[in-house]
Design a protein around this ligand. Structure first.
Ligand code: GLA
Length: 387
């Protein structure tokens, strides 16, 4: 995006003065490894070529003035009240600022203008991008002490958990901050740590098709899944001898046959998903690196089936798009993100995306009366590498 136009919009809104500084943080698509991040498991996201832009200008006022162009909403956050919730979209900003403040940083006044290319509610992590751009922009603009990568990611995640009340894992903020062009991030969330894996996408494109059914109503179900996983850990610890499990990812796949029959059916399904999904992530990262997209694709379909049948976070719209991909002979497709709506990711042979999308959209419209959204995505740099 051209920054000149952005700066002009900033000045039209906030008035002339010192030139604002522009920062960006991308959204993310998770290639595979769903609902494993809060189970200390493996995930494999990319940062994408759609970003949240934040323009910052310091002021000598005792407040932060923030305007969201997409929402067309303006709010003021008094410096004295940074750590109070606003019960609106500014909580993502407040959460991050209050996290910085609790690290003994002094936050002074600034104006912030936000423009997002990432559609809200599509499961592409516009909220994580907002948190990350707020953190990076505030640190740079106010010349605060640099924060270690993992601390910054953690602070953004806490903003979401503690301020917004969505009990999400670490994946989205991690990818938005540390993503890298051309690569996927194989994140072991138990440490957390990551490896960059080159994506051998030769001959294929990554296409996101958004059901446009907002996933936000899934928050309660999301938090419920987390609690179910915790219950499963406790139940296994109560019935099994040996070392205590910390998380479901501590269960080895060879142990499943022994453990599954001892668990209540629902908890058994959640466990099986997590253990098998971790295995799929590891395999998929290896296949991606070798450019073996057909094998990756089969893992995508298997991941989707598991999210539908075992973890029970899919929706009719998501299932429809994945079924359509299969019947069209597309190598791989799956829901991506938390589920209950949101987006799907498709591995499409190069040159076929337009026709495929047109057919998918037509069939989707016939079935649900909704036009789906779509974006070709490519692995891009995270916020850390931009300025
Ligand atoms: C949401 C959360 C992530 C992750 C996914 C499911 O996107 O924000 O932390 O748990 O759901 O994989």
């Amino acid at each position: 995006m051209k920054t000149a136009g952005l700066k002009k919009s900033f000045e039209e809104f906030f008035g002339d003065g010192k030139e604002p500084e522009v920062y960006r943080a991308p959204g993310r698509v998770n290639l595979i490894g769903e609902h494993t991040d809060y189970n200390n498991g493996l995930v494999f996201p990319i940062a994408i070529n759609l970003s949240m832009y934040g323009l910052f200008r310091p002021t000598n006022k005792d407040k932060i003035r923030v305007y969201s162009e997409n929402l067309d909403k303006f709010e003021e956050i008094r410096l004295a009240n940074i750590s109070q919730r606003g019960d609106n979209w500014t909580d993502y900003v407040r959460g991050v600022l209050s996290g910085l403040e609790s690290q003994s940083e002094t936050i002074s006044g600034f104006d912030l203008y936000l423009r997002s290319e990432i559609p809200v509610g599509s499961g592409l992590s516009s909220s994580a991008a907002l948190e990350v751009v707020t953190a990076v922009g505030t640190i740079m603009t106010l010349d605060l002490d640099k924060v270690e990568d993992l601390d910054l990611i953690d602070l953004c995640q806490k903003a979401e958990n503690d301020f917004v009340g969505a009990n999400t894992g670490i994946m989205d903020q991690y990818a938005s901050y540390l993503g890298r062009e051309g690569a996927g991030l194989l994140i072991d969330t138990s440490e957390p740590s990551h490896k960059l894996v080159d994506l051998g996408l030769d001959g294929y494109e990554l296409l996101v098709i958004d059901t446009t059914v907002s996933h936000t109503h899934g928050n309660n179900e999301y938090n419920r899944r987390r609690r179910e996983c915790e219950r499963a850990v406790n139940a296994i610890n109560e019935t099994t001898e040996g070392e205590e499990l910390r998380s479901l990812s501590d269960v080895a796949s060879e142990e499943l046959d022994g453990i599954l029959p001892k668990l209540e059916e629902k908890l058994a399904k959640r466990l099986e998903h997590v253990v098998r999904e971790n295995e799929r992530v590891e395999k998929a990262a290896g296949f991606f690196q070798k450019g073996r997209i057909k094998e990756v694709g089969e893992l995508f379909y298997a991941s989707h089936a598991s999210l539908r049948d075992l973890y029970e976070v899919s929706s009719p719209e998501l299932d429809f798009l994945i079924e359509f991909a299969r019947t069209e002979g597309i190598p791989g497709a799956r829901m991506t993100g938390g589920g209950f709506g949101g987006s799907t990711i498709h591995l499409v042979p190069e040159g076929q995306a337009d026709e495929y999308l047109e057919n998918a959209s037509q069939e989707f419209e016939k079935e649900f009366g909704i036009t789906p959204g779509s974006f070709p995505v490519s692995p891009s740099d995270g916020a850390k590498f931009q300025n």
